[in-house]
Design a protein around this ligand. Sequence first.
Ligand SMILES: Cc1cc2nc3c(=O)[nH]c(=O)nc-3n(C[C@H](O)[C@H](O)[C@H](O)COP(=O)(O)OP(=O)(O)OC[C@H]3O[C@@H](n4cnc5c(N)ncnc54)[C@H](O)[C@@H]3O)c2cc1C
Length: 487
Amino acid sequence: MSSSTNGLSPRRFDQLLDALRDAAGREHVLHHPQDLLLYEYDGSVSRRMPDVVVLPETAEQIAVVVRIAGRYDLPIVARGSGTSLSGAAVPREGGIVVSTSRMNRILEMDFRDARAIVEPGVVNLNLTRAAMAGGFNYLPDPSSEKACSIGGNVALNAGGPHTIAWGVTTNHVTGLEFVTADGRIVRTGTLAPETSGYDLTGLLVGSEGTLGIVTRIAVRLVHLLESVRTMLVAFDTVDTASAAVSEIIARGIVPTSLELMDQICVRAISKWMPSANLPQDADAILIIEVEGVEDGLEQTAAEIAAICTDSGPLEVRRAATAAERDSLWAARKGTFGAIGVLAPNYYVQDGVVPRSRLPEVLRQVYEIGTKYGLEIANVFHAGDGNIHPLILFDDAEPGALERVHAAGTEILRVCIAAGGTLTGEHGLGMEKNEQLPELLDPADIAAMIAVRDVFSPARLFNPSKIFPLPLSARRPVAETAVAGPTA
Ligand SMILES: Cc1cc2nc3c(=O)[nH]c(=O)nc-3n(C[C@H](O)[C@H](O)[C@H](O)COP(=O)(O)OP(=O)(O)OC[C@H]3O[C@@H](n4cnc5c(N)ncnc54)[C@H](O)[C@@H]3O)c2cc1C
């Protein structure tokens, strides 16, 4: 029997396909290897092919698919746009992948109450644009906004370049609808900002698809802000740039964005997008943005420029027009892609450290690169201390991936030692789950697993993720029906 059918006999697999076709329609069930290839990876370096992919159109169809997964004892993994950088969307134990790409409707735009309700497959930027058409904004703007889905953002609690001021996805979600492990459709929260009873919305956000499949999302919108000032400041060392970041915050200024990119990123962007016209002699560039009412904004921008000038920058440049601002953001948000001009592959880490520790942590990151013979580029949300070391490598080189993983693990150890954590926005997925015990006590992890097991005793939803193996692996449905949740 082929392992790719997850222990099912060919006959039983055919029965499974029939059941799924009845649920979602024949053309929305994929099982030929060439069709499954697209679903074996996400934006990380992890791979695993699902046994079957279903593309439902409604929550009711998903509920039926979940019940089928339970009957066949099969893992079930939701998938938005597959841009996750932690292996979160890779079906680590095979099974059924539920793609939400057909559930991409904006169901309600309510500008009077500044709320929207969307299906999970809606692309982040499409929601932002729809909000902007009414003079509003949907604030979470991950750099992958052109591709990633709101469902994926919810599952990973996505952040972005404006997190320092506007928070992460959880700060903008007021209610959810999701399908439970026994195939019920449940609603949490409300359209109002506050909720009654347990905050299940807050629990679901960031749960990496392990508690249920989200089928509707209510989000808050905000009025478009009156004015914005965007500047680029170039420094001759990463240390000086990091010190400027700390100084800005220490003076009580909260920019809406404080992004740092190092010389390697500047090199990549300059090749990929020469029109960005980034200073070539800089070892580090900050992109700083302030947004709000016009009154006083210029003063804040000038104050930031003065703080940077005190550090002896190579250049302080203001975006004079909307087009110049767009160009700066296109450069920043395109950095991961631009890295492709320097190396065939990259592996991105996502640690968080206290801002004040940034200079020493970055120094150690570069040292780890030297130790493993790997070039490491850094582009990150400096205002939140959320670093994204990009480890460049060539997958065709024997042993390269092992060195990359070892370097990534060491980098996260440095973050933990500096009082930080393992993820700021990409989730733990299947790449950092084994490191969780380096951060949390066994009792903390056991408490989380107990919660998970209440939602899905057999751990069919996205098994072998977040927590170390075997604590996170799926368990036979029959056993859990008797045993119930355990930690
Ligand atoms: C170039 C690039 C830049 C990026 N920049 C950022 C950034 O600035 N900030 C940031 O936070 N991330 C960033 N990311 C990472 C990624 O885009 C985000 O994590 C995003 O939230 C993933 O959305 P997705 O639709 O691609 O989800 P997927 O990758 O498809 O899935 C991610 C997780 O969500 C779960 N999931 C998806 N849909 C549902 C659902 N309906 N119900 C339950 N679970 C579900 C999946 O099971 C999986 O665990 C970047 C990625 C790339 C490639």
